[in-house]
Design a binder for this molecule. Structure first.
Ligand code: ZN
Length: 123
């Protein structure tokens, strides 16, 4: 909540940030990757996380088909921030942790049963 001069890092710098930026300078594809999350652990303790949203994509929070939905992608990336992985397969398309999205997609804003089961299994 607010601003900072720091941005996404590929290492734990002690500050957890969410930013909009280039994917190419964090090892991802500007044309393919919508969001990326870094997480850092010390043993079994989560010590840091950063999230980056692709600045070259159109964003909004209305669910309009023109743009990627910030809340939708934030729910997914926050799942990564707490240690959940992407899930694939057509039977998992309703999950927040499904590893694909599209403009106007708002299905992942709300956790599905499989997301909750994944968190319970992890914690
Ligand atoms: Zn993902």
């Amino acid at each position: 909540m607010g601003t900072t001069a720091t941005g996404f890092h590929t290492y734990d710098d002690g500050t957890d940030v969410v930013d909009f930026g280039d994917m190419s300078n964090v090892g991802e594809s500007d044309s393919i990757t919508i969001g990326v999350t870094g997480i850092w652990w010390t043993g079994t303790t989560l010590v840091g996380t950063d999230q980056r949203f692709n600045q070259s994509k159109a964003w909004n929070h209305s669910g309009s088909s023109c743009c990627y939905d910030v809340w939708n992608v934030a729910a997914h990336e926050t799942g990564h921030s707490i240690g959940l992985d992407d899930i694939t397969g057509s039977s998992h398309e309703e999950l927040s942790m499904y590893g694909s999205t599209y403009p106007g997609d708002v299905k992942r804003r709300t956790l599905a049963r499989g997301d909750i089961l994944g968190m319970r299994a992890k914690y």
